[in-house]
Ligand binder design. Structure first.
Ligand code: TMP
Ligand code: ASP
Length: 235
């Protein structure tokens, strides 16, 4: 893991080359950011917690037939994953109104939607990840129509699997963000699934148990993520 092997440095993870051209190493960082990096802090312990939570979620999805990039966990903050061509898309699924949806449409927070919403955002720090629709994704050659349909179908299937997964640990899965990549003609789930990229509310108190505690200065992020991991492993 040397600087010359560094392929990509993200806000929450670094990605390194390995001896195998088909595989890369994902290293979780302790950095927390929000609002496209405008708010930034080093929170010791965060990387390990996100790596462990994401490993649990990915293992569960794999057991339930979802193809992902995860090959194996190498340590408590490092994962060996398949190298893919990652679509520059953030695929957001929403079950309950919150976040930017509430801001955009001036609606109440906490309303369960009639059906899940899927949204695409174009991944670009310079542009602040703008919303992009299916027709733009297709016409700008970001993904073809078949791939867009498959990504949406996979995102909804993942949602249907994750709602009961989190419910069992007394969380409402409010919304989340996924990323997908393509390798050998197959579209698979990549990146991570952690409280950094989803909203989890305690089913009884409706308290946020995710990065909103950091975004809104509501509490201790590391303590909150620790409780998420504990609940997922014990309930
Ligand atoms: P939003 O309500 O701010 O659009 O966020 C929807 C979901 O996507 C929420 O669970 C947080 C997650 N998300 C990311 O993972 N990365 C991002 O850059 C943003 C804006 C949201
Ligand atoms: N992912 C973005 C950031 O880390 C935005 C957010 O999550 O609020 O800055």
């Amino acid at each position: 893991m040397t600087e010359e092997n560094l392929l990509y440095t993200g806000k929450a993870k670094n990605v390194y080359k390995t001896d195998n051209d088909d595989e890369v190493l994902m290293v979780y960082k302790d950095q927390a950011t929000a609002f496209n990096g405008k708010k930034k802090e080093i929170l010791p312990g965060k990387g390990v917690l996100n790596c462990q939570i994401s490993a649990l979620v990915f293992d569960y999805l794999i057991k339930n037939g979802i193809k992902t990039h995860l090959i194996k966990n190498l340590s408590d903050h490092e994962q060996l994953v398949k190298k893919t061509n990652v679509y520059p898309l953030e695929v957001v699924v929403r079950n309950i109104t919150s976040g930017s949806l509430v801001k955009k449409f001036h609606i109440d927070e906490g309303t369960r939607l009639k059906e899940p919403i899927i949204e695409f955002y174009y991944k670009s720090d310079a542009l602040d990840d703008p919303f992009i629709n299916d027709s733009q994704v297709h016409a700008l050659e970001i993904a073809d129509k078949k791939d867009i349909a498959y990504i949406k179908e996979m995102a909804l299937k993942i949602n249907q699997l994750l709602i009961p997964f989190f419910d069992k640990s007394d969380f409402d899965l409010v919304d989340f963000k996924l990323e997908f990549g393509k390798v050998d003609g197959e579209i698979i789930l990549v990146d991570e699934f952690s409280p950094d990229n989803c909203r989890l509310w305690d089913k009884t108190s409706h308290d946020s148990m995710d990065k909103d505690v950091f975004r809104k200065h509501e509490g201790d992020l590391v303590k909150t993520y620790h409780e998420v991991l504990q609940r997922l492993t014990t309930k």
